[in-house]
Design a protein around this ligand. Structure first.
Ligand code: 13P
Ligand code: SF4
Length: 327
């Protein structure tokens, strides 16, 4: 049964009827203006959403934008921890996310109670947490980092000071190798980046000997070691623009290829294969939960809204602010 918004309710979720006559793009633009909302999107969401967003970026740039926008409402088209970070930075703004189920396997790999025990086991350590964490984990942290500033953040800790790094073991080990700093690293990982197939990538390289391999630092050591360049999503995009190579094997979520094609249309981009025999697509199913229809519905109803408990928010704000000040 359709309600007046052309929606159907299914298992408690609102769905827009597929053949509904709504011009979503036009309506989103109209509501955005009417509500003084800004649409922030991550490079991993579907290209059609990136095309209508006000700003598309990596985690760091999106946090910076969330902190500086003068909009009344932030529509965060990404995953939950990103919208939560935006809320922590801009508590007086309404922050909404098209699908509350858009989580993150890496953030899930670090429950706050277990992380708190881990910190207690290593007293006198500076705690560095990747932005892919819950607000509660950030509240236990001294300084947050993203993939684009992790080396800088680690280097900002005085040499004699011991470091805990969480939750991504691949990023932690990569940064440790790059900075020469020994760190106590939490054993978490992203299910997308952890599953790239080295064999598959080397086969692609064999077929395209002049291709450069580029990888996100959430990939495991065996992938990072064969990569010509390792960096955040923005770093990877810039490398494709600036490097002379014509072909690139891209070891990160393939949503980023949308922007690469726009800014470097003459380059040939090959998504690196995953290990999963059934789906070698390496897509982040959480990022892909976002859709134009859900974006419309979320902007219309101003739901689901991200809320963060005041005490947690105040504690989590400090390590995020510390990162932004250093970035
Ligand atoms: P970036 O900060 O590089 O955009 O990465 C975010 C992310 O979730 C990687 O999986
Ligand atoms: Fe989280 Fe991995 Fe998806 Fe990034 S790609 S949002 S780390 S699950």
């Amino acid at each position: 049964m359709l309600n007046k918004f052309n929606e159907i309710k299914e298992n408690g979720f609102i769905k827009i009827k597929e053949n509904s006559k709504i011009d979503f793009i036009k309506e989103i633009a109209r509501m955005k203006k009417e509500k003084n909302a800004v649409i922030l999107a991550h490079y991993y969401v579907d290209g059609s959403i990136q095309d209508i967003a006000d700003f598309v970026g990596d985690s760091l740039a999106l946090s910076q934008k969330a902190a500086s926008t003068d909009a009344d409402m932030i529509v965060f088209v990404g995953v939950h921890f990103m919208a939560e970070t935006a809320k922590i930075l801009s508590p007086n703004k309404k922050v909404i996310l098209p699908d509350l189920n858009a989580g993150c396997s890496l953030a899930d790999s670090c429950p706050d109670d277990k992380f708190e025990q881990f910190i207690k086991l290593h007293p006198d350590h500076t705690v560095i947490s990747y932005v892919n964490t819950t607000a509660k984990v950030k509240a236990l942290t001294d300084i947050v980092c993203t993939s684009s500033n992790a080396k800088k953040i680690v280097n900002s800790v005085p040499k004699g000071k011991k470091i805990i790094f969480g939750p991504d073991r691949n990023l932690g080990n990569y940064v440790s190798r790059m900075t020469g700093r020994e760190m106590v690293i939490w054993d978490g990982a992203c299910h997308v980046h952890n599953e790239f197939s080295l064999e598959g990538i080397l086969e692609q390289k064999k077929q395209n000997p002049d291709a450069k391999i580029i990888a996100h630092p959430e990939c495991p050591k065996q992938i990072v070691l064969v990569a010509d360049y390792v960096g955040s999503t923005s770093g990877l995009i810039n490398y494709v623009i600036e490097d002379d190579a014509k072909t690139f094997i891209v070891a990160t979520e393939p949503g980023v290829i949308h922007e690469m094609k726009k800014v470097a249309p003459t380059k040939f981009l090959i998504p690196a294969p995953g290990d999963d025999a059934e789906c070698a697509c390496s897509e982040c199913e959480f990022m892909k939960l976002n859709s134009i229809e859900k974006l419309y519905s979320c902007l219309f109803h101003e739901l689901p809204e991200i809320k963060v408990d005041k005490e947690i928010r105040e504690k989590a704000y400090k390590p995020i602010k510390a990162m932004l000040d250093l970035s």
